[in-house]
Design a binder for this molecule. Structure first.
Ligand code: SF4
Length: 419
């Protein structure tokens, strides 16, 4: 790997996912004093760590509570209140800031609950886990839940279980006014009776009608694929399917509930179907299909095959780094090594660019729990100037459209003011 790649912010973000950060009692006390969003156990089993902002506004949720982090070469050095240096083996690597806790987290909805019980910022977008806990967690004896997932351990602690459309809209308006969000993401696990889209549609329709901002859903694949035509017609902008692993045997082993209830083929079929819906539906609404997978749970070649399959059908891969979360069935495993996953993220960027997929086109969306394809550009020596120019033009167009919806300042600017 070139020296540029190894010193890039994208590399540092991936290295932090793989190695975590060592925090002793003095650092924890300083962090508590400086505010920040604290260390939350949040949804989907991936957001257990400390939210930091790297140079360029790159967000990262750094593992800090899992046992493997005790051997991390990374620590934090406080420079001044709220500003830190990320230190590796005693040498300062980059300056970092803490993400600030938005004031709206502490506001109360008309239903009487604090708004952070309804939704929270993940990076710079609003994330809402809109249901009771995934039904794969209900039968604890059969252990149908995915082996890496901690959502059944988390929900009810950090997230309210039942959320009304009115409450959600209150939170969306508050987050939009203060944090200038441009995107709201809804997530459900498995719900008996395939109710997930029925549950989400009222809120999706109202958010589009009342704010015009981007909205997306991450749910299991519905058996009636025309439901996705309906979402597209409503102006929904993103659908995401958590395939997790590409290898068929690994899928059966790690995701027993998904394997038995939906099957790997249904995930692939839904992704293939949704990816071609971009050509239909309202021209004014962008449409993206994501396939989410986890690096570190299957051989590197299998993850790369998955990236090529997803981009080949027109979907953008979302590739998380496996985190052995405390309390999960895979808690005893190690995260992958940085040097093993770098080829995955290099391929992620190159495959998206080769296919001309619109990575990084949505303005002001920074994601802290995965390395985004565009953040991996420095891992590749290939530049793709024409395709990058096309994406810049699309971003400008989307920025203009969202600006017309009343969003004139980016969340990154807003956070700079607060820190
Ligand atoms: S489907 Fe799997 S990963 Fe998703 S919430 Fe349920 S158990 Fe967790």
């Amino acid at each position: 790997m070139s020296a540029v790649a190894a010193s890039s912010v994208g590399f540092t973000k991936i290295d932090l996912f793989c190695r975590g950060l060592r925090l002793g009692d003095p650092e924890l006390a300083q962090l508590a004093e400086d505010g920040g969003t604290g260390i939350r156990r949040t949804r989907a089993g991936l957001g257990s760590g400390l939210e930091l902002v790297l140079p360029g506004g790159v967000r990262v949720n750094v593992p800090v509570v899992e046992p493997f982090t005790r051997h991390s070469p990374y620590t934090l050095r406080r420079l001044e209140r709220g500003r830190y240096a990320l230190v590796r083996d005693g040498t300062e690597v980059v300056p970092v800031t803490l993400t600030s806790r938005p004031a709206w987290y502490g506001l109360t909805t008309r239903g009487g609950r604090t708004m952070d019980r309804i939704g929270t910022l993940q990076g710079t977008y609003l994330a809402i886990y809109q249901s009771r806990v995934c039904d794969f967690w209900r039968d604890r004896e059969r252990q149908q839940n995915c082996g890496f997932c901690s959502v059944g351990l988390n929900l009810g602690v950090d997230d309210a279980l039942e959320k009304t459309t009115d409450e959600i809209l209150e939170v969306v308006h508050a987050a939009r006014a203060e944090s200038r969000i441009t995107y709201v993401d809804f997530n459900t696990g498995h719900l008996d009776g395939e109710r997930y889209l029925d549950l989400l549609e009222p809120a999706l329709a109202r958010i589009k009608r009342e704010t015009g901002i981007l909205v997306g859903v991450q749910c299991p694949p519905h058996s009636d694929l025309t439901r996705y035509d309906r979402l597209r017609a409503m102006g929904v902008n993103r659908v995401s399917f958590c395939l997790e692993v590409f290898d068929a045997a690994s899928f059966r082993e790690l995701c027993p509930g998904k394997s038995e209830t939906y099957g790997r083929e249904r995930y692939l079929e839904a992704i293939r179907y949704c990816a071609q819906l971009g050509a239909r539906g309202p021209r004014t609404e962008p449409w993206v299909t994501n396939g989410e997978i986890i690096a570190g749970l299957e051989p590197v070649e299998s993850t790369i095959r998955c990236i090529d399959w997803l981009t080949g059908v027109g979907a953008i891969p979302t590739v998380c780094v496996f985190r052995p979360l405390v309390g999960t069935r895979l808690a005893g495993r190690e995260p992958p090594r940085t040097e093993d996953v770098i080829p995955i993220y290099r391929r992620l960027f190159e495959a998206c660019m080769e296919r001309g997929l619109p990575i990084g086109a949505a303005p002001n969306i920074r994601v802290s729990i995965v390395p985004l394809p565009e953040e991996c550009a420095d891992l590749s020596e290939r530049r793709f100037p024409l395709k990058r120019a096309k994406i810049r033009a699309l971003r400008g167009l989307l920025g203009w459209k969202l600006g017309r919806a009343g969003l004139h300042k980016s969340p990154v600017e807003m956070n700079t003011h607060r820190q």
